[in-house]
Design a binder for this molecule. Structure first.
Ligand SMILES: N[C@@H](CCC(=O)N[C@@H](CS)C(=O)NCC(=O)O)C(=O)O
Length: 200
């Protein structure tokens, strides 16, 4: 059985949602409950997915592994749509996530004051530009990949919740809001949030 290492509200939530979408049983382990988590993932980050003693790390790699292994509608099989879905997944994981990570870094490292606020605003402006790209992408389709939601939409729904930690405005357009609301309303998403609360 899969064992998913998570931190509440972190990007590991998306992995849990995907495991539920795939109908796969798993055990949740809060990173905070592990004495030496670096033995699990030397980087120290979640998610990490233990498969019978073999640990996978890096969220996008874990997602691609799971979507290749289990039948699903989240990753198309045909080369063209598959490339697009992977591109959107990487946009979320390797572009949007690091943009939010800058906010966390500044928030944690800098003393409160004008400089901190200025840098947080600059980082938030970058995040807003990326949400504008999402909004443009959703001009003629409800989800990043088209008519159906994909792993990228699930990741974005998790990241979108992070803005509340910072005293800066992060604007998302109306189409993005609709997409995010739909993803957050998925039974898999709702169950994942509840499971994290119960496991914490
Ligand atoms: N490139 C990694 C980044 C993962 C990451 O930044 N995870 C955050 C939570 S969203 C984390 O664990 N941060 C705490 C830490 O790095 O110690 C991935 O995609 O899995």
């Amino acid at each position: 059985m899969y064992k998913l290492y998570f931190s509440p509200g972190a990007c590991s939530l998306a992995i849990q949602v995907i495991l539920r979408e795939l109908g796969q049983p798993f055990q949740l382990v809060n990173k905070a409950s592990v004495a030496d988590y670096q033995q699990i993932n030397a980087v120290g980050a979640v998610p990490a997915l233990d498969i019978d003693g073999t640990v996978l790390t890096e969220g996008a790699a874990i997602i691609l592994y799971l979507l290749d292994k289990h039948a699903n509608g989240l990753l198309p099989a045909d080369a063209g749509p598959r490339q697009q879905a992977i591109q959107q997944l990487m946009f979320a994981n390797a572009t949007m996530h690091p943009a939010y990570s800058k906010l966390f870094f500044l928030h944690n490292q800098l003393a409160d004051g004008a400089v901190k606020q200025q840098l947080l605003q600059a980082a938030a402006d970058q995040v807003c530009k990326l949400w504008q790209l999402v909004e443009t992408r959703l001009q003629n389709q409800p989800y990043l990949g088209g008519q159906y939601y994909s792993a990228a939409d699930i990741l974005l729904a998790v990241y979108a919740g992070w803005g509340r930690f910072f005293a800066v405005a992060i604007h998302m357009g109306p189409r993005s809001q609709v997409m995010l609301d739909r993803i957050r309303a998925l039974p898999s998403y709702q169950a994942a949030v509840t499971a994290e609360q119960q496991a914490t």
